[in-house]
Design a binder for this molecule. Sequence first.
Ligand code: SF4
Length: 371
Amino acid sequence: MTTADERTNLAGLDRAELAAVVAGLGEKPFRAKQLWHWIYHRGETDFANMTTLGGPLRAKLAEACAVRRPGVATEQTSTDRTRKWLLRFDDGNEAETVFIPEEDRGALCISSQVGCTLTCTFCHTGTQKLVRNLTAPEIVGQLMLARDSYGEWPSPKDGRLLSNIVMMGMGEPLFNYDNVAQALKIVMDPEGLAISKRRITLSTSGVVPEIHRCGAELGVNLAISLHAVRDDLRDVLVPINKKYPLKELVAALRAYPAANNARRITIEYVMLKGVNDSPAEAREMIRLLKGIPVKFNLIPFNVWPGAPYEMSPPHVIRRFSEILNDAGYSAPIRVPRGRDIMAACGQLKSASERARKGRATAMAAQVGGTA
Ligand code: SF4
C-alpha cells in the first residue's frame, strides 16, 4: 500500500473548495481562479511552474498542498490502440479506465465505483462486490491522467484525441450521484478541462429517480443498459429492474430533459445467444420505445471466464440490427476493442483480486495448516 501524501490534493476540487483552500492560506480569492487555470487548463502539477503565482505563495502551496493523479498499477495498450489503466488509489483499492481511440478522436471510459452496487449477470464487474464509491477527485483524476498519457495539455479547444467521455466504466454512476455530478461539473467547466456536456454520456442500468435529476442538473447525454424488453428477463439480466421495472424506466426516458432528435438517448443492448436476440424482441423494443428519441448500440457479448452466456451469432446480430434500421433507427453493432488486453468491462480488475486471494489463502494455509 502506498503511503498517502497527507497534503491537500487540489486536483478534483471544485471552485468553492479551491477558494476555501486559498482563503485558508490567507490569500485573496483571485488566486483560486489562477490556480484553477494552472490545474485544469494547463494540467500543471508542480507549483514551482505556476509562474503567475508569487514565489512565497508557491512555497506555501508546496508545503500544504499537492496536485496528484490516481496511482497507476498497470498501463496497457492494445494492438488496436485501445489503452487501459488499472488505477490504484491511496487506500489500495483499484478501478480501471479505458481509452478507445478512433481516427482523430476517441472516448474515455471512466469508472465511478470500485466494484459495483449491482449484479448484472452478463457483466464481469457485476461479479465484484461494491467496495466503495469513487470520490470526485478520483473520477476527475481519470481524465487528467489520460491527458497526461496523451500529452493533451493545455486543454486543446480543437483536435483533441480525448474528445468524449463515457461514464461506462466500473460501477453504477447514479448510485454515486453526488460525486459523479461534482466531477462532471468540474470537467464541463469551460475555463478548465472544458469538455462540453454534448460530449459526455452517462450510462445507467436504470436508477429511475436519479435519471431526471441527471438530465436537469448536468444535461449530459444518457445511455441506458436495457438488454431486455420483458420484465421477467430483465429482472434476471439487470436485477435493478425488480425495483424500477420497464414501465417506470420508459416513462423516465420519455421525460429526460436533455434528449431530443439531435441528442438521442443511447439504448445499449448486449447480444446474448438464444436469450434476448430474437426478431420478436427487436420488434417489441421498437414498440416499447415508440416516440422517444433513441438510437441503439448493439454489443456482441464479450465472454469472460465463468460467464453464463454466449455471444449471439453474427448473422443473428445483423438481423436484429436490420429490423431496427428498417424502423428508422440507427443501430450500429459495436466493434469489440482491446480484447488482447482484456479491455472488456471489469476484466483487468478481477485478475488483481484473484491473485491477492490466492496469496491470502496460501498464507492462511501456512498459518492454520487448514486452507
Ligand atoms: S453493467 Fe454496469 S451496473 Fe451492471 S454490474 Fe456491470 S458495471 Fe454494474
